[in-house]
Ligand binder design. Structure first.
Ligand SMILES: *Cc1c(COP(=O)(O)O)cnc(C)c1O
Length: 386
């Protein structure tokens, strides 16, 4: 990824910069690798980045959407993504969100509890509609990643546990306005080794066998969620994740029944590397034991370091000086407003432009206005005359 540093000079910071060419190349790779297998379908996890202009690029690639709120369903449909390619997950879907999704004609609700199923039944009945649902099953597979981004353990709030599944299917089968079409799973995020995905495949295989034996049931759709990680440490070496390995892992380990369709919900792996948070050094501040680069971006613009202890590469786009060692910190009145500690970057002076890399996923989408700060703007590479 190349930064148009000269063009940046006249743009107010902080802002998110998106390399459209890299996003398109990433989407091409996802589509090409998934297309190697019959019945593989990719849905973009909108929560990773719902910037409407990026959603339009995602839509142009022809992939579907995975949404976790009514607002995301609306954003996906506004970007042109056909409702028939939209899936809707989440433990807390409100009546209003369910009604909107039903009226929009989405493909599938990934349902997470019996009371939710009852709410969908009632709202679908009012409309004389039949809602298609997949049960989100908690596979009790521990994604070896940060505790705040594991979702597939029995203790997590997501999905229904194994032991409950039979009862949940009984409930669905008693409901005339709900049609069970699949099973849904999602074990966590930022997974770089395939072991946890293989463990998930094994759990799904067992579960499918059990359902087949005990109920004679084979559902047409299996949805394995997302979670493929990206290399925060080396964005230029690994600009596009290894989708080849990822899809092959499922193809080799998951036993699908004839005709079964396999759905993926990829967020981070599609948008993370194409985005960077561009910021200026406001001050260089010398403490007694630290040197601080105080930048004009804060935790409100990119919360991942504060929330997950996440590592982001930070580059000084204008300095070629020998390295200094700095804590790069934001202006927000919180001690956790720190992007990195004791990091070696080229000696930095007031006004230098820095790039916080691999910020396209869960960056802009998680921005907020604490301290009356303006939300960060977005600049696409295609906005600039280069
Ligand atoms: C967040 C989420 C995803 C996307 O996860 P990534 O790690 O960004 O690929 C997919 N499915 C569900 C249900 C999610 O909550």
């Amino acid at each position: 990824m190349q930064f148009p540093v000269e063009a940046f000079a006249s743009i107010e910071t902080p802002f998110y910069y998106y390399d459209v060419e890299l996003l398109k190349a990433t989407l091409d790779a996802v589509k090409r690798e998934a297309a190697k297998y019959d019945g593989f379908h990719v849905h973009y996890a909108v929560k990773a980045n719902y910037n409407p202009r990026l959603l339009e690029i995602v839509n142009a690639a022809g992939i579907g959407a995975d949404c976790v709120s009514g607002g995301e369903v609306r954003a996906a449909i506004s970007a042109g993504i056909p409702a028939g390619k939209v899936v809707f997950a989440g433990v807390g879907k409100t009546d209003k969100e369910i009604a909107y999704a039903l009226d929009s004609g989405i493909f599938c609700f990934n349902v997470e509890s019996v009371p939710e199923i009852e709410a969908i039944e009632r709202l679908a009945a009012e409309r004389g509609a039949v809602a298609q649902v997949a049960v989100r099953v908690n596979p009790n597979v521990g994604a070896h990643t940060h505790a705040n981004i594991t979702t597939g353990l029995a203790e997590n709030k997501f999905g229904v546990n194994y032991e409950q599944l039979d009862g949940v299917i009984d409930v669905i089968e008693s409901m005339p306005h709900i049609k069970l079409i699949g099973l849904h799973f999602h074990i966590g995020s930022q997974l770089l080794v395939m072991d946890d995905f293989i463990a998930l495949c094994c759990r799904i295989n067992e579960l499918q066998e059990l359902l087949h034996e005990t109920r004679g049931m084979v559902l047409p759709h299996i949805n394995v969620g997302g979670g493929l990680g990206v290399r925060y440490d080396a964005p230029d070496k690994y600009p596009i994740p290894d989708f080849d390995l990822y899809f092959a892992t499922y193809a080799n380990n998951l036993k699908l029944y004839p005709g079964q369709q396999l759905h993926f919900e990829l967020g981070r792996s599609i948008v993370a590397q194409c985005g960077a948070l561009i910021t200026r050094a406001t001050y260089i501040k010398n403490g007694t034991c630290k040197q601080f680069v105080v930048v004009d971006a804060g935790m409100n613009d990119l919360i991942r370091p504060a929330l997950y202890d996440a590592y982001h590469r930070i580059e000084n786009l204008v300095s070629c000086e020998p390295d200094g060692v700095y804590d790069v910190v934001g202006p927000v009145c919180e001690s956790s407003d720190v992007f990195c500690k004791d990091r070696r970057i080229p000696a930095t002076k007031r006004g230098d432009i820095l790039a916080i890399r691999t910020a396209g996923a869960y960056g802009e989408a998680m921005a907020f206005g604490y301290n009356c700060r303006e939300l960060p703007k977005a600049v696409l590479s295609t906005d600039l005359n280069m």
